[in-house]
Design a protein. Sequence first.
Length: 223
Amino acid sequence: MTELGPLQRLLLAYAPVSARGWQGLCWLLDQRLAAVAQRGGDPTIAAIRMAWWDEVLVAEDHAKGGGEPLVEQWRAIAPAGAGAAAERLIDGWRLLLSPEALSEHDLRAYGLARGGGLFGLIAGGMDEVLDASGAVWALWDLAGHVRDEDLARQALAAARALADEAAAMSGNRVRDARPGGRAGRPLRLAHAVARVDVLAGTVPPAGFSLRQYGRLLRASWRD
């Protein structure tokens, strides 16, 4: 999984050994979809590329994707029902292809679809906890990668609103509003790294910083 970003590689190290192949594949799929959304150029071409992933992973069109390493690995190890979470992940990234400015509703929908889909894929199921924690992480990640500072701050505000809602649902026990189990540990740590900036309204740097690494280590000691 050398193509993974530094945060994703570190998170993968906290996954059970038996789950690392699948979780690494999920993180890699998210990065591949991000590359489609961030490539720029004709939005129609990007939409076609996104639709290809839909056809291969969701519709399971075996006439396509042969020889693509990620697709081949997906077909070898994806659990039953993974297509539903993949569809949400793809739909989340698809929202960024619109040439129109993203509204607060769009950002919320993006976070829940991308984050909930990704965290659901990694955890092997979808629920409100995964949606909320995944959305916080996804919007934080988006804030660190867009050039428009206003959009970055809007993404953080949407993440803060979702974090507050998740805390309220769990009786203000924020630590309870996170994925459970050993397989969910990387997701809990991802949420912990993101949550500090979300609550402070601080736009994160595009790369993985030493400060974020310190947060990850501290969160791992408590988890």
